[in-house]
Structure formats: C-alpha cells, structure tokens
Design a protein around this ligand. Structure first.
Ligand code: AMP
Ligand code: ZN
Length: 434
C-alpha cells in the first residue's frame, strides 16, 4: 500500500539527513521561480551550498505580504500550462493569497491527507462525509482527494443544510466526518431538534476537526455528543492545506510530517528560534512542492513543540494545539488574550450552549468587554436564580482564564450569528485613538 512508503519511525538523525537532501532539491526547484531566482542571486544562495538544516536560516522567510507582492505568478516554478489547480487562503486578514499546484503536487498532497486519515484509523471500507467547504478553501477538496486516495467512499456533502447531512449519514451509514469544530457544536443541536440521538442513531466513529483554533473542552463536547473519537487536523493553504500536522490515536499533540515539511518555531518579534518546547510562531518549508515552492513560510500561528517522544512510536515531532494567529490577539484593558481561551473556559461549563460572541466597545475612554453566551434551552427557560448562578460561574471562570472581568450576557440558544465556515468570534467596536 502507498502508505507503506512513508517511514514514520525513522530515527531523528536519518530523518534530518533526509530533510537536508529534500531541502537541496526544494531550493533547486525554487530557483526556477522569478521570486527565488532574484532573491537567491541577491543573497548568494545556491542549492549545492546546503549541507545542513542550519543553512535554511540563510533564506529570508516568506510572509503573506511577500506572496501578495508577487501575485499572481511570481512564485511559479513551472510553466503555467503545468498548473492544474489553484486554491486560495480564507482571507480572514486582508486579500487572499493564491497557491498553484501541478498534478504531482495534488498527488503528493492527497497522499499526505490519506496518511493522516490512516493514522487516525480510517480504512477503505469507511464512509467519509466531508462537511467542509468545497471550492477555493483547501479543507474540502484536500480531504476529498485524500479520502479517495485511501479508498474510502466519499460523500462530498460540503457544509450546511443540517437535515440533509443527517439524512445522508443515516442512509449511507457514515463512519467518518470532517467538520469545523464550531459548526459541529451547532450540528449536535439539530439532532436533538429532530428527536435523534447521534450516539445511538448514527454509525459515525471518527471526526476530524480543523480549520480554526479550538480547545480540548470543545473536542470533549463533540466526542461526548456523538460518542466518537475526534482528531485535530492542522494545515494552511500556503503549505497545501490539511495534511501538515495531525493527531495520532494518542490524541495528544499533532505530528508534523517532517519528511514533507521542515518545521521551525520562532519568536515572532526577533525571528530567532525559540527554545524547543517554548511557544512561538510556526514557520514551514514545503519540501516537495513542484508548482509553487515556498520556503520558510511565516504562518502567524502560535504553538509549541512537544518535547517528549510520542508513545505511538512515530518520530515526527508533535506540536500543541494552535493558540491562535498572532493577529488574533486581543488587547483588552492592557491585557493580552486569545479568543480560544474564552472558548475553553466557556466550553468547560455544561450549561453553556454551543455559541458565543466577544463584543468590544469603548466606554468612557476605557475598553469594555462583553461576552454573549448562548445557554442550553432548559437552562434558559428555567429558574432565574439558576441563571444568575450560572452567570456568576461563567464570569469567575473567565476571570481566572483571561485575568480581567468581562460583562456576560446569557442569551437564547440559536440567537447568535452562526457560520458554516470558520467562526467569527470577535466584534471589535472600539474607537481607535490617535
Ligand atoms: P487557510 O489558509 O484558509 O487554509 O487557513 C489556514 C489557517 O487556519 C491556519 O494558518 C490556522 O490559523 C487555521 N487553522 C487551520 N487548522 C487549524 C487547527 N487545527 N487549529 C487551529 N487553527 C487552525
Ligand atoms: Zn503519536
């Protein structure tokens, strides 16, 4: 089988040797693109000078802005006719960037996704319902090709239309789903509304959760509601999409496929590497991309490397959950925080429903933070004193997590805006001074 070609337990020295050999090739390929040709000339970089992983640091990193400056074809390393597909990032922060793939790139990527799914226990007799957005976003087609490569039966349902999703799951005995975590929480409610219990009325055993930061608490909720195992899946369009890092059955950190990507973790300010195990910005080098080589891409995603070897025996290093992107950081009353911290605190309280929204305003020259929290139906319609007690508990939980005391509004289930794609967690109405 094709995944037998991957060596996931190779000793670190051999893995690093392989990375150096692949890096040399990647630099050679990159040289064929206008951007790298010019940059390598300027920086006096040549493939034959690469003898160790340290040489990577001589190559200036790529940011989203650099990709935009060289839009559309500045990074293309093959003639345009060899390109078979383009994808684009979600564009949550400014204009989207476009990534081009050759047929070999698509094959390579599909192989990586298949490898992730296989690691989590998916086999060719599984029925895979892909509830991610198809189109420019990489989550849908990335998993679609991966699952087909594995030989599973793919139901390309895309997101939304929950009733049809449930019908498909029941008609075709879906065993594996791929879903955005915030959407999965809403999805559970639809079962209840239809008088169904996902634990009893479905055959699903595995879910892949990706595309947005989410906490361990959210994973637990989804696992509990469906009676399944949920795995964290990380990727970004600049590095193909899903298939960059993925959880094994230990469900403790995501293995980065280091025979396809070189991972660095840097201090986002100094750009120096952090100590192994410290949190920093993830930087990836795609080792096998033909159409659009990207070396040292600054993801803005914050995470840390887990220093302990994984009990599963794989030697490819693991990273923690993604805390957020550097530009998702909120500064409220001078305190730094990430939306996922609020999610984590809320989702640990069982009476809290499936959605929340952080609203920031300016009141009397000061930051004011309100967290609107959907509560479960029974609680909302229940005793007022209970509601007050719940509100207090929520505020206390948030205070210990984010170190400031926000206002909390408890709201009716289904009343906050929902998204079928990545959730929008923050509305910032604050006045910008100066
Ligand atoms: P895109 O380029 O549109 O595919 O979005 C990629 C971005 O989504 C990443 O850079 C992360 O910020 C975010 N992302 C993807 N997967 C995860 C995940 N499992 N956990 C947290 N954030 C994720
Ligand atoms: Zn493992």
């Amino acid at each position: 089988m094709f995944w037998d070609n991957y060596n996931e337990t190779m000793d670190r020295a051999s893995l690093e040797k392989l990375q150096v050999a692949l890096l040399k090739k990647a630099v050679e390929q990159a040289c064929k693109s206008p951007y790298y040709r010019e940059m390598f000339l300027k920086e006096h970089i040549a493939a034959e000078q690469i003898t160790g992983l340290d040489d990577l640091r001589r190559i200036p990193p790529v940011t989203k802005d650099i990709l935009r400056e060289h839009y559309p074809y500045g990074f293309l390393a093959v003639p345009r006719e060899k390109i078979v597909r383009l994808h684009s990032s979600s564009g949550t922060t400014g204009r989207p960037t476009v990534i081009f793939h050759t047929i070999d790139d698509i094959r390579e990527w599909a192989g990586l996704v298949a490898r992730c799914m296989y690691m989590a226990g998916v086999r060719s007799d599984d029925v895979f319902q892909n509830m991610m957005g198809y189109g420019l976003f990489t989550g849908g087609l990335g998993f679609h090709y991966g699952a087909e490569r594995l030989g599973a039966l793919v139901i390309p349902s895309g997101p939304g239309n929950t009733q049809r999703q449930i019908m498909l799951m029941r008609e075709f005995d879906t065993t594996v789903i791929h879903i955005i975590p915030s959407y999965a929480l809403h999805f559970v409610k639809s079962f209840n509304e239809m008088g169904l219990d996902p634990r009893k009325d479905l055959h699903v055993r595995i879910a892949f959760l990706g595309a947005e930061p989410h906490s361990e608490e959210t994973r637990h909720r989804i696992e509990e509601a469906f009676g399944i195992d949920a795995f964290n899946s990380y990727g970004l369009s600049e590095m193909n999409g899903p298939g960059v890092a993925f959880e094994c059955t230990e469900k403790n950190g995501m293995h980065v496929w280091e025979d396809s990507y070189i991972l660095e973790v840097i201090d986002p300010v100094t750009q120096e590497p952090v100590r192994e195990g410290d949190e920093g910005e993830l930087v990836f080098t795609a080792l096998k991309r033909e159409g659009m080589p990207i070396l040292r891409y600054r993801t803005k995603d914050l995470a840390a490397v887990l220093t302990e070897p994984c009990p599963c025996g794989r030697t490819h290093r693991r990273i923690t959950r993604i805390k957020g992107r550097t530009d998702d950081m909120l500064i409220v009353k001078g305190v730094n925080m990430y939306p996922v911290q609020i999610e984590k605190s809320l989702m640990s309280i069982p009476e809290v429903g499936s959605n929340f929204l952080i609203v920031l305003d300016t009141k009397q020259y000061n930051d004011h933070m309100t967290v609107q929290v959907e509560v479960s139906d029974s609680v909302f319609k229940g005793d007022l004193r209970e509601l007050e007690g719940l509100k207090k508990r929520i505020i206390e939980g948030l205070r210990s997590e984010i170190l400031i005391t926000p206002a909390v509004d408890l709201v009716e289930p289904n009343s906050l805006p929902k998204s079928e794609g990545k959730a929008v967690r923050v509305i910032d109405n604050r006045k910008q001074w100066g």
